[in-house]
Write a protein that binds this ligand. Sequence first.
Ligand code: SF4
Ligand code: SF4
Length: 145
Amino acid sequence: MSFWRAKTLAEMSDAEWESLCDGCAQCCLIKLQDDETAQVHYTAIVCDLLDQDACRCTRYPQRHRLVPACIEISADNACQLDRLPASCAYRLIARGEDLPAWHHLLIGSGEEVHEVGVSVRGRVIARQFVHTDDEQNYVVDWVEQ
Ligand code: SF4
Ligand code: SF4
């Protein structure tokens, strides 16, 4: 049986854990929260440390020190999982669901996440280029929450 079906997140090796990430980079999108409704909105603004073509963090080992808002995902922080997009492999596995059909562990290709339109490649702008007052103009509806 595939490891992600046979093991919990806590039981996975470091290599298995890392391999779960689909490289969508949706977790690197800036989110805005409505003050009145508390509703969270994803934007097309992305963390400055993201390699937008590869959809990978350029400072992965130091990410939490450099970017305090960077989501820290672990096997036992279920409260953080709500801050991840619905397609995130960690969130799916933590909730007892299977990986999506386009996931690279199922099909052997890391390109599918881009081809099916799940990754942020080609449709985001780095935070450094957006004025804080303009962030609300970048809210998107292509992230499933
Ligand atoms: S949302 Fe989940 S699967 Fe996608 S890049 Fe972030 S951690 Fe990886
Ligand atoms: S520090 Fe890296 S992993 Fe964290 S949000 Fe920024 S690009 Fe994404």
